[in-house]
Design a protein around this ligand. Structure first.
Ligand SMILES: [Ca+2]
Ligand SMILES: [Ca+2]
Ligand SMILES: [Ca+2]
Ligand SMILES: [Ca+2]
Length: 271
């Protein structure tokens, strides 16, 4: 540095240096804010998606049902582990109700037992509760079903359909089975497009999975009843899952809420 350097030049350099430092700090802050905002936005979008994807509700198999055979009647599953139904898992996502029936049963069965159909009650679930584990419940008592997904047809049916019971398959053949249990759609009804079944994961420890298009069901908020049993009904399951009508406004508010939280968190951190 020269001795005769005017003082104002020195002062100017100092200001320039400060200006550079401040600009760098400013740019860094803007970049950080941009990154932070992007993160918050991503989280909000994920939040919006998550809002429509509730985690699975498990319906435990507390249902025994009526009319098992004498000494075998007093139990959940007849005929060993091959017919066991563990539970049902229900998830609402993307306009569908996903129902996973966790069962050891699979086709082909040595006795000709077939997959059952998924019965759906759109107006609640009111089984016969006059005995523990619904031990008086059969096709004559309890809930009636407004819809059925026909597993072999691969289609959902509404309207007036006839129901086939376990007796239609196994009466008078000398087998143990659970009597008077609804197991399949027999005929009739109106086919409703858009719902699916996937039985490719069926087997011991496996499952049969249904994707039911919610707009096909005449639903209001409340309980949806579900029922499934293979055609001998050696094990059967019934239960309910709560359905809330999704409101777009609520979902939007949820997303905005998350963004708001993100912004206030950023403010706090800046302070
Ligand atoms: Ca069971
Ligand atoms: Ca019903
Ligand atoms: Ca019943
Ligand atoms: Ca059962």
């Amino acid at each position: 540095m020269k001795c005769n350097y005017p003082l104002y030049i020195l002062f100017l350099r100092l200001v320039q240096k400060m200006n550079r430092t401040w600009k760098m700090a400013y740019n860094k802050a803007v970049t950080t804010m941009k990154t932070h905002y992007l993160k918050q936005l991503t989280f909000s979008v994920l939040g919006l998606i998550a809002c429509g994807q509730a985690s699975a509700v498990v319906i435990d198999d507390n249902y025994w049902g009526a009319d098992g055979f004498t000494s075998l009647s007093d139990r959940d599953s007849i005929g060993g582990n091959d017919y066991q139904i563990q539970n049902m898992e229900v998830t609402f996502a993307g306009g569908y109700m996903n129902v996973r029936v966790n069962t050891n049963f699979f086709e082909p069965d040595p006795y000709g037992v077939q997959f059952g159909d998924l019965f759906i009650s759109s107006n609640g679930w009111n089984p016969d509760t006059s005995a523990l584990n619904y031990r008086n419940d059969n096709i004559f008592t309890g809930e009636s079903w407004e819809y059925v997904f026909d597993t072999s047809e691969g289609a959902l049916y509404g309207g007036a359909f006839d129901i086939a019971t376990s007796d239609d398959f196994f009466a008078g053949q000398g087998y143990y089975y659970r009597r008077n249990q609804e197991v399949q759609r027999a005929n009739g009804g109106t086919a409703l497009a858009g719902s699916l079944v996937d039985a490719s994961a069926a087997g011991v420890g496996g499952y049969v999975e249904y994707n039911i298009l919610l707009s096909s069901l005449n639903l209001t908020a409340g309980d949806i009843g579900l029922r499934w049993a293979m055609t001998c009904a050696n094990d059967a399951i019934e239960g309910a899952v709560h359905y809330s009508v999704p409101e777009p406004a609520t979902i939007l508010m949820f997303g905005l809420g998350i963004m708001g939280l993100g912004m206030s968190a950023r403010k706090t951190r800046t302070k």
